[in-house]
Design a protein around this ligand. Structure first.
Ligand SMILES: *Cc1c(COP(=O)(O)O)cnc(C)c1O
Length: 405
């Protein structure tokens, strides 16, 4: 074992199982390991590096602000927060925003705001608010959030969990309608389930959910932490359905792959239930984060990354579907959020990720059977061709080694 990996193993908590590659440098879609080998990064840090590694424009924004003013806490105003809040509201069509850092914190913020809104505005009896979520969801790792998860490993050993959550099947409109009671505050949903295995719901699903939520006066909150910021070929994945959710969560790529920046966006009447002292975060909305968040949105638009995600994503999915291999069960996704589900009878998705790594393509399995392909949004067609060839060769070789067994 390499001494660097040994150090991690010796001193680090074993809450991840990384591929055995030690990265030292990144630029655009490429990363290099400690031996100088080059890889195409098809993971982009779970979509946090959508702008590509070390984007010069983002580095400049980070660097300029780092030399000017970094942290003051929300005890004071800054000249960076207001413009950032305005920008992120305008681009999402929302009225108000609360800045946090990690995605899970933004989700917690949404849960708190939705509950308080239901008591103050909807008159739900005290401590009775319900929030509906989907089976197979991923919204982060806090106690409340894993409490509403249906993934046994995320929960096991971490109870007891907060009450007030209901799970319904993903993609099922009738289940939503049936789950609603007079105590329902919100429906929290991912437009595409990312960690759940790149699960794309039926066309029209979000649109119908929006109608139902409106009819029953409950908040439709879209967790776009992974699907937002252009990942699926629109700024928000919910834009594909032409709907305007009552709440939106952004994170990951909002930090430009540099620092954690997340937000909960919503309507004025919802956000106004939060008053000074109700909720906060020492680092949330700091000027460094505001400057980087602003630049992350600007670069996305100025570099045409959203259109590129749509264009290259279509190409990637179309080319992957052409690969005929008994190892592939399904290719699915939207834009540059793509999953290749692997028949578990032959190989685990991790086995194939290890083989891909040796061919210079970095990806990571989700849920043992799905290879996730979510490169930086600036990937070119030529770079994708390299990836597609590597996948195709890997599958052919993996299949051949099955036959010789
Ligand atoms: C990654 C993710 C989160 C959690 O974000 P963290 O920054 O890891 O806390 C929440 N929701 C979705 C949809 C995600 O993909």
């Amino acid at each position: 074992m390499h001494p660097m990996i040994e150090l991690e193993e010796c001193y680090g908590a074993r809450n991840y199982a990384p591929l055995p590659v030690i990265l030292t440098r990144g630029e655009g879609v490429y990363v290099w390991d400690i031996n100088g080998n080059q890889y195409i990064d098809m993971m982009s840090a779970y979509s946090a590096v959508s702008h590509g590694h070390c984007h010069p424009g983002l580095l400049k924004a980070l660097n300029d602000q780092a030399h000017t003013l970094t942290m003051v806490s929300r005890a004071f105003h800054t000249d960076k927060l207001g413009p950032f809040l305005k920008r992120v509201c305008e681009i999402t069509g929302m009225e108000k925003v609360l800045p946090m850092n990690s995605g899970a914190e933004a989700v917690e913020t949404a849960l708190k705001a939705a509950r308080k809104w239901s008591y103050n505005v909807k008159n739900v009896p005290k401590d009775m608010a319900e929030i509906i979520v989907c089976k197979g969801n991923f919204h982060g790792r806090t106690i409340a959030i894993v409490g509403m998860s249906t993934e046994p490993q995320y929960r096991a050993g971490f109870g007891p969990f907060p009450a007030g959550f209901k799970q319904i099947p993903y993609g099922d409109v009738d289940a939503l309608e049936q789950a609603i009671t007079p105590h329902t505050a919100a429906f929290l949903v991912e437009p595409i389930q990312g960690e759940g295995g790149i699960i794309v719901p039926p066309e029209g699903y979000l649109r119908k959910c929006a109608e139902i939520c409106k009819k029953h006066n409950i908040l439709l909150i879209c967790d776009e932490i992974q699907t937002g910021m252009g990942r699926t070929g629109k700024f928000l994945a919910s834009d594909h359905e032409g709907i305007k959710p009552d709440g939106v969560l952004l994170g990951k790529a909002l930090g430009g792959g540099l620092i954690p920046v997340s937000v909960f966006l919503t309507r004025k009447d919802v956000m106004d239930v939060i008053t000074p002292g109700d909720h906060g975060s020492t680092f949330g909305g700091n000027p460094l984060a505001a400057a980087v968040g602003m630049a992350a949105i600007d670069v996305l638009l100025n570099d045409g990354l959203i259109q590129n995600a749509a264009l290259q994503g279509d190409y990637l999915i179309q080319q992957l579907k052409k690969i005929k291999s008994p190892l592939i069960e399904e290719v699915r996704g939207k834009g540059l959020l793509v999953g290749v589900s692997i028949n578990p009878r032959y190989y685990s998705a991790r086995d194939l990720c290890l083989r891909l790594m040796k061919k210079g393509v970095l990806s990571k399995e989700t849920h043992k059977t799905v290879i996730r392909l979510a490169p930086p949004l600036l990937i070119t067609r030529e770079q994708l061709d390299t990836v597609i060839d590597a996948i195709s060769e890997t599958l052919t070789e993996a299949e051949a080694s099955l036959k010789t067994l």
